[in-house]
Design a protein around this ligand. Structure first.
Ligand SMILES: Cc1cc2nc3c(=O)[nH]c(=O)nc-3n(C[C@H](O)[C@H](O)[C@H](O)COP(=O)(O)O)c2cc1C
Length: 178
C-alpha cells in the first residue's frame, strides 16, 4: 500500500521538545498509513522579508521549504506557546508561504502542547484557516500542562491525552486519504 507523505513541523527548536515527542508519537501511531518527515530547517530559515519574496531573490532554503509543503499529502504542526502566541520561528516559516499559497487545501493536523497554550492554539487555528488549510475539530488538539502529561523520554503518561492523540491520528489519516 502506498503511504501518504506527511511533512511535520515542530514549533519548538529545542532538542528535548515535548512537541517533537508528540510528532514522533503520531508518526508511530500512523506508521502503517503515513510516512512522516520532520522538517529540520525551521531554525535556519531567514527572517521573512517581502522584498526578497520574489522569483529572482527568494532564498533557496525558502524555496525548498515551500516545495516540501507543496509536495506533501498532509501537514502536521505541533507547537508550544511562547508569550501567549506562536513561537516566532514557526510564524516566520508560515509567513514565507503566504504568497505561494502552498498550504491551500492541504489536509492538516494542528496540535499545541504547552504549559497553557490556549492563546497559541487559537492563533494557530486562525493562521491555518487564513492560509486555507483543511482541518476539522477532530484534527486539532490543545494539550495544556504538557510536561506533566508527557515524560522527558516521550512517554504519554496521561490516558486521556493518549486517547485524544489516537483519535486525532485516526481522523488525520482519514482526512489525508480524502
Ligand atoms: C520564551 C518562552 C515563553 C514562553 N511562554 C509561554 C506561554 O506564554 N504559555 C505557555 O503555556 N508556555 C510558555 N512557555 C513554556 C513553553 O511553551 C513550554 O515549556 C513548552 O512545553 C515547551 O515546548 P517544547 O517542550 O516543545 O519546547 C514559554 C517558554 C519560553 C522559552
Amino acid at each position: 500500500m502506498n503511504k501518504k507523505h506527511i511533512l511535520a513541523i515542530c514549533g519548538s527548536t529545542r532538542a528535548a521538545s515535548v512537541n517533537l515527542h508528540v510528532i514522533k508519537h503520531i508518526a508511530s501511531l500512523t506508521e502503517d498509513e503515513l510516512d512522516v518527515e520532520l522538517y529540520e530547517d525551521l531554525v535556519n530559515l531567514p527572517q521573512f522579508n517581502p522584498d526578497t519574496d520574489t522569483t529572482e531573490q527568494l532564498p533557496a532554503i525558502v524555496a525548498g521549504f515551500r516545495n516540501k509543503v507543496k509536495q506533501a499529502d498532509g501537514i502536521l504542526i505541533c507547537t508550544p506557546e511562547y508569550v501567549f502566541t506562536l513561537p516566532g520561528s514557526l510564524k516566520n516559516a508560515l509567513e514565507w508561504t503566504v504568497s505561494a499559497t502552498v498550504f491551500s487545501d492541504k489536509p492538516t493536523a494542528l496540535i499545541t502542547a504547552s504549559g497553557m497554550g490556549a492563546k497559541a492554539h487559537e492563533a494557530l487555528l486562525l493562521v491555518m484557516k487564513t492560509i486555507q488549510t483543511v482541518f476539522t475539530d477532530e484534527t486539532q488538539l490543545l494539550i495544556s500542562g504538557a510536561k506533566s502529561k508527557i515524560s522527558k523520554e516521550g512517554m504519554i503518561q496521561d490516558p486521556k491525552t493518549e486517547t485524544n492523540l489516537r483519535n486525532l491520528a485516526a481522523a488525520f489519516v482519514l482526512l489525508v486519504k480524502g
